[in-house]
Ligand binder design. Structure first.
Ligand SMILES: C[S@@+](CC[C@H](N)C(=O)[O-])C[C@H]1O[C@@H](n2cnc3c(N)ncnc32)[C@H](O)[C@@H]1O
Length: 320
């Protein structure tokens, strides 16, 4: 089912840290903006306003349903804009290989409210739906495949690494035992099994007991960390000197990848610390604009609790 593209609905995405992104990306007329995670176009809309009718937008999203939001967006803006559907690391690499240059690039990671709130996408433990979780519905691997086919050790690792789930081993064991009788098909089957697998007192603290496992499966199904690692160098390659990049992450593993990458690129030199002088000759590529990540303030959290774990980092490409 297509989203209602004519009117913003209650489940449309509210852009996170929007003013902070706008300030850090400081878009000026005549520039090229790349929104690598278009979603409902909330950030794009603000960034394009700063182009003031002169410049262009390249919008990317792997989710086919984002195109309808883009079409609505484009109809309301007098700006050169195109939509490229695909995984951002692939698209950014293709653009860089074709010498397309950008002045401002945004990656607002994770899933949108439209994805979370449409039960049929299977991202939510709160609604009964097929166990899916693919952002790109043309991809082969779904959460159903992973839950029914990965071995117990692999499941435990996914839950611990991407969900920081304390009862990862117990949950993985319960899943393997239950699927021997009947494969998992629905989100609620999985949520019930998770609930039963953890000690009773732990079922009542820190949100829904299935929250962390669902998040970890989503990250694994969509290879979210691999995509981010491959996207950052391509994005920086596309930036003109003086171009800005901003990344909003919602998970400590994502934030660590961004922080380390910006730090390495700002240092330039890759020689081991014990070398008395630099041998590699590498020059800094980026200058960090946010030594500490920018977090949402109390007012934003009041209006949009989903912003709670957001961290924004930005950097500028060195040069004139
Ligand atoms: C948090 S939402 C972005 C919301 C958007 N900034 C807005 O204001 O409406 C993330 C979007 O990025 C897309 N996405 C996540 N990872 C992606 C990837 N590796 N490649 C392409 N799109 C991706 C998702 O499909 C989703 O639509």
């Amino acid at each position: 089912m297509l989203p209602n593209v004519l009117h913003r609905s209650a489940s449309d995405h509210v852009p996170v840290l929007a003013e902070e992104v706008r300030e850090l990306l400081a878009v000026r007329p005549g520039e090229t903006v790349v929104d690598a995670t278009f979603g409902a176009g909330g950030h794009s809309s603000l960034l394009v306003d700063d182009l003031d009718g002169d410049g262009r937008l390249i919008a990317i999203d792997r989710d086919p349903s984002a195109r309808a939001y883009f079409d609505r967006f484009k109809a309301g803006k007098k700006i050169q804009a195109r939509f490229l559907r695909g995984e951002f690391s692939v698209v950014l690499n293709q653009l860089a290989a074709n010498d397309v240059q950008a002045d401002a690039i945004l990656l607002d990671l994770g899933v949108s409210s439209m994805q979370l709130d449409r039960p049929e996408r299977g991202f939510s433990y709160a609604a009964d739906a097929p166990l899916d979780m693919r952002m790109d519905t043309a991809e082969e691997l779904s959460a159903r495949d992973l839950v029914n086919e990965a071995d117990e050790r692999e499941l435990g690792l996914i839950f611990r690494r991407y969900g920081e789930e304390r009862y990862a081993r117990q949950i993985a064991r319960a899943i393997v035992r239950r699927r021997a009788e009947r494969p998992f098909e629905r989100t609620t089957d999985l949520a019930d099994t998770i609930k039963q697998a953890i000690p009773t007192p732990a079922r009542f603290g820190d949100g829904h007991p299935a929250r962390r496992v669902f998040q970890s499966l989503r990250i694994a199904v969509n290879d979210e960390l691999g995509a981010l690692e491959a996207a950052l160098p391509a994005a920086v390659r596309m930036l003109r000197p003086g171009g800005r990049i901003a990344v909003i992450s919602f998970h400590s593993l994502e934030d660590r990848i961004v922080k380390q990458y910006f730090r390495e690129q700002a240092r330039g030199c890759t020689c081991p610390p014990e070398f008395p002088i630099c041998n590699c000759g590498n020059e800094p590529v980026l200058r960090d604009l946010t030594r500490k990540p920018v977090r949402p303030g109390a007012r934003e959290l009041e209006l949009n609790p989903r912003a709670a774990s957001a961290k924004l980092r930005a950097a500028v490409k060195v040069g004139d």
